[in-house]
Design a protein around this ligand. Structure first.
Ligand SMILES: *[C@@H]1O[C@H](CO)[C@@H](O)[C@H](O)[C@H]1NC(C)=O
Ligand SMILES: *[C@@H]1O[C@H](CO)[C@@H](O)[C@H](O)[C@H]1NC(C)=O
Ligand SMILES: *[C@@H]1O[C@H](CO)[C@@H](O)[C@H](O)[C@H]1NC(C)=O
Ligand SMILES: *[C@@H]1O[C@H](CO)[C@@H](O)[C@H](O)[C@H]1NC(C)=O
Ligand SMILES: *[C@@H]1O[C@H](CO)[C@@H](O)[C@H](O)[C@H]1NC(C)=O
Ligand SMILES: *[C@@H]1O[C@H](CO)[C@@H](O)[C@H](O)[C@H]1NC(C)=O
Length: 241
């Protein structure tokens, strides 16, 4: 089951959006301004926070949601529930307000989200400094009702989406910008050197071929002249006979 979810996550990590649900990765600076990101660098000195927010997109004839929840799949296949919100008065936590499951062991983690019957969001906010080097798959699930009149008045269904949060290899002590710069320089140098070599080779080949061709043409012209002279000679000797 978990394997299927992880596979599903891998498939959808590029599309991100699935049946009216989407997961956003948003960084929040110290001054509370925010910007969207696709991956993060695990920086123990960072003052920023990372928001992992699941939002509902357009779902036609949406009547109400029943619950919306976010969980995390670690690379070792373990699933951890993070936050939930529901619109069913059931005694379960998260009734119309985001609820943070205990036990995440992340210092400073907070629940995020807003209640709206047809447009709920759920998520978490964590300090970037708390991130470990593990890539994580976040999964969000929405259980909801929509109006299918006149076939069936109200239909209950579920949808889900997963997204892979890539943690940069700065974790390994590398400096990716410098490596990338070095690689870029090497690539450009390689392309330039290769172009010069190919150009030189092509020039040599064309020269060689040209010389051969002109030699052949000279020979041909010589042969033609010889032939013409010969036939003229034959013609004239025929006439004289
Ligand atoms: C998540 O992304 C990382 C880095 O791109 C990749 O190595 C890993 O295989 C991905 N995992 C899944 C399940 O897509
Ligand atoms: C950022 O938001 C927090 C909580 O919402 C607030 O306490 C703080 O004053 C805000 N900081 C700035 C610089 O607006
Ligand atoms: C959401 O909650 C349901 C019911 O508690 C659970 O079966 C499901 O695994 C949860 N999904 C996620 C992504 O947390
Ligand atoms: C899987 O990883 C999580 C954190 O990444 C850890 O808390 C948990 O104990 C691990 N589970 C197993 C079975 O190794
Ligand atoms: C709930 O979301 C819908 C759709 O985005 C919006 O039209 C409506 O104003 C929202 N309601 C509240 C109370 O914010
Ligand atoms: C997630 O959605 C897919 C396709 O809609 C479905 O096949 C799968 O069972 C869902 N997973 C869960 C945990 O609901």
């Amino acid at each position: 089951m978990l394997k299927t979810l992880i596979f599903f996550g891998g498939l959808t990590c590029l599309s991100v959006n699935s049946q009216g649900l989407a997961i956003d990765f948003i960084k929040e600076r110290a001054d509370n301004s925010t910007y969207a990101v696709n991956d993060v660098i695990a920086d123990k000195t960072s003052k920023e926070r990372l928001h992992i927010l699941c939002r509902t997109g357009s779902i036609s004839n949406f009547v109400t949601f029943k619950y919306i929840n976010l969980s995390k799949l670690s690379s070792n296949d373990s699933e951890q529930m993070l936050a939930v919100m529901q619109d069913v008065f059931s005694g379960k936590p998260g009734y119309q307000t985001p609820y943070l499951y205990p036990g995440s062991d992340i210092t400073g983690i907070q629940a995020l989200g807003s209640y709206n019957r047809t447009n709920p969001t759920i998520g978490i906010s964590i300090p970037v400094s708390s991130l470990s080097c593990d890539n994580m798959i976040y999964q969000c699930q929405l259980s909801y009702e929509y109006d299918n009149w006149p076939t069936e008045p109200i239909v209950e269904t579920q949808t889900n989406v997963s997204r892979n949060l890539t943690i940069s290899d700065t974790c390994l002590g590398n400096m990716p910008e410098h490596n990338d710069y070095g690689k870029l320089v090497a690539l450009i140098t390689g392309v330039v050197v290769c172009t010069i070599l190919v150009a030189a080779l092509v020039t040599v080949l064309i020269r060689k071929r040209w010389n051969t061709l002109s030699n052949e043409q000279t020979n041909l012209r010589d042969n033609d002249t010889t032939l013409a002279l010969a036939s003229d000679f034959i013609d004239s000797s025929d006439k004289s006979v």
